[in-house]
Unconditional design. Structure first.
Length: 283
């Protein structure tokens, strides 16, 4: 708990300036640091490993409300800075900051390590440019029990603040590889015995038919494309099958994150037909 009259870090502090710069990709890449905002992200960062969460900026009110998270941050060696709301607003990239902003080291995993683990369910984000969508697909993959996520070199930065927020802590839950050319991602996964399914609204194969045929119980990687124009033909050609999510009603289409959730859960159900799963709750 903070003292009754805490000394607040100055807005002119070099630590505040350094944290503020992490909103920009070039500084994140140079320092290999990123921002995790809000209690859930900071809690997961602290739980990830002792060297991950390096600093925590918090208002006095947030430090009192989330005393357990502040304690966890201190326990893993993070430097805790008390700040006023304006300092937090300057560092934060959200309209309504929650009073906690963590500075974290990069947590991506080499693609070779993912392959060596022989994953059974993988989400590959090819040409995904919207950070909110990328983070939401990562969260869906985590919830469905996927064992890895791969972001190709044509996709958005994993550490974009909007992507980190949209993942709601899932960034710290499963291995994520970044900057992998899509051809290399597909070839490596195929060599590891993983079937490649490209998700595309114009796919030749229907997801319901794939489930009925019983072809989805083995190791599977879903390739998801750009939000506006889907997957290019050369990427579709790399897949073992191009699968569409059937539209049974009058909707024109599904957005990327919704389609990804449907596909990943379909594979998870096929792979765990005799097993159980955790209940779904809203956050």
């Amino acid at each position: 708990m903070p003292p009754a009259s805490p000394e607040l870090i100055s807005a002119r502090s070099p630590r505040v300036s350094a944290a503020r710069r992490l909103a920009r990709r070039n500084f994140r890449g140079k320092e290999r640091l990123f921002l995790a905002e809000g209690p859930q992200a900071v809690r997961e960062a602290a739980a990830y490993g002792e060297d991950t969460l390096t600093e925590l900026f918090t208002t006095v009110e947030a430090a009192e409300r989330y005393a357990d998270i502040v304690g966890e941050a201190r326990a893993v060696g993070a430097r805790v800075h008390l700040a006023d709301e304006q300092v937090i607003a300057d560092i934060s990239t959200t309209v309504t900051p929650q009073g906690l902003v963590g500075v974290c080291r990069f947590v991506d995993t080499p693609f070779e390590e993912i392959l060596a683990a022989r994953p059974r369910l993988v989400a590959v984000l090819a040409h995904v440019r919207d950070p909110g969508n990328a983070g939401t697909v990562l969260r869906c993959a985590d919830a469905a029990g996927a064992e890895a996520v791969v972001l190709t070199d044509a996709s958005v930065d994993l550490y974009n603040p909007k992507a980190v927020r949209a993942s709601v802590g899932s960034l710290f839950h499963l291995p994520v590889a970044v900057g992998v050319p899509v051809e290399r991602a597909v070839a490596g996964l195929k060599d590891a015995g993983v079937r490649i399914l490209a998700a595309d609204g114009a796919g030749e194969d229907d997801l319901d038919d794939e489930l009925d045929k019983g072809t989805m119980g083995g190791p599977t990687a879903w390739v998801f494309g750009n939000e506006a124009w889907g997957l290019p033909e050369e990427t579709r050609a790399l897949a073992d099958a191009v699968v569409r999510v059937p539209i049974h009603g009058k909707a024109e289409s599904l957005n990327l994150a919704t389609a990804a959730a449907v596909c990943l859960y379909a594979s998870a159900r096929a792979q765990r037909a005799s097993g159980g799963c955790r209940s779904v709750t809203e956050s």
